[in-house]
Design a protein around this ligand. Structure first.
Ligand SMILES: NC(=O)C1=CN([C@@H]2O[C@H](COP(=O)(O)OP(=O)(O)OC[C@H]3O[C@@H](n4cnc5c(N)ncnc54)[C@H](O)[C@@H]3O)[C@@H](O)[C@H]2O)C=CC1
Ligand SMILES: O=C(O)[C@@H]1CCC=N1
Length: 268
């Protein structure tokens, strides 16, 4: 793709997307520019990804076709105020922050701007990201297709209605954190039984990866896949019975409700 892509903010999420994007070869390194507050971050990112870096958000905003705002939600008004007079009317703004709405971004710019609101996740770094996107009316089909190609280069993406965007962190933006917790717990349980720590992480992580692939590739209902593992009178159903007793599913659903409420509040 022959477009310039900029990132204002180059923390964990921006670096995950940049790493995946570079690996995919969709865009040449010299078409990716980042700016960040800390010079230390910029030096690190330049060394790691061999991309252009700037310490000036305004200069970056004038140079790119697709501009990711990869800062914390509370910084959005400040950053938009800084760049609003510098972007051209063909620039597409891509937001990645929880709770930041299309209307809120339009209001901060105070003029008609092309905006795509997204919610990515950090597995983008290994090109297994999952992102959700929605956009305002003035984004053209060809711009949307290009942005979807960018997100598909480091994983998969889905278009959703904006009224569902606050629920996306809970299911895919934040959920890698719950899965890491589960992998850590599985490994701790294995270590408790005497399995060496490194082997325990490999066993646990590969089992989670394999289970996820089974859901995606067989398209069988997760309950049916669970039933295939549970031998009647066997060991697995003992574990399932204990998980149900401890509220495994209901604790995940309750955690997701809190995550959704907080995501919505972060933009206010
Ligand atoms: N970490 C994650 O898993 C995900 C994060 N997000 C969203 O991504 C955004 C960034 O989150 P992280 O990357 O985790 O945070 P982070 O703290 O790792 O990165 C924030 C970046 O903003 C930069 N920054 C701060 N002030 C700046 C300024 N005035 N000008 C330019 N850059 C500035 C910092 O130098 C840093 O590079 C948040 O809005 C978050 O909601 C979305 C999905 C997943
Ligand atoms: O924790 C957060 O607020 C961000 C949104 C999704 C993942 N991290």
């Amino acid at each position: 793709m022959d477009k310039k892509i900029g990132f204002i903010g180059c923390g964990k999420m921006a670096q995950a997307m940049i790493g995946g994007l570079i690996d995919s070869n969709l865009i040449e390194r010299n078409n990716i520019i980042v700016s960040a507050k800390s010079n230390e971050t910029l030096l690190k990112v330049k060394a790691l990804y061999e991309i252009q870096t700037l310490q000036n958000n305004v200069e970056l905003a004038t140079k790119v076709d697709y501009l990711f705002l990869a800062v914390k939600p509370d910084l959005y008004p400040t950053i938009i105020d800084e760049i609003k007079d510098s972007i051209s009317n063909h620039t597409v703004i891509i937001t990645i922050a929880a709770g930041i709405t299309l209307e809120g971004v339009e209001k901060s710019f105070g003029k008609e701007v092309k905006i795509i609101r997204t919610m990515p996740n950090t597995p983008s770094l290994v090109r297994e990201g999952m992102s959700a996107l929605c956009h305002n009316k003035i984004v053209t089909d060809s711009e949307l297709n290009e942005v979807m190609a960018i997100f598909n280069s480091f994983g998969k993406c889905e278009i959703v209605n904006e009224n569902l965007m606050d629920a996306i962190p809970a299911v895919s933006g934040s959920s890698p954190a719950y899965v890491y917790l589960m992998i850590e717990a599985l490994a701790d349980g294995a270590v408790l039984q005497g399995i060496p720590r490194k082997q325990a992480y490999n066993l646990a992580a590969q089992a989670v990866l394999g289970a996820a692939k089974m859901v995606l590739e067989t398209e069988l209902h997760p309950g049916e896949l669970k039933d295939q593992v549970c031998t009647p009178g066997g060991a697995t159903i003992e574990a399932i019975a204990e998980l149900e007793k401890q509220g495994f599913r209901s604790s995940i659903i309750a955690a997701m409700e809190r995550c959704t409420t907080k995501s919505s509040a972060l933009g206010k």
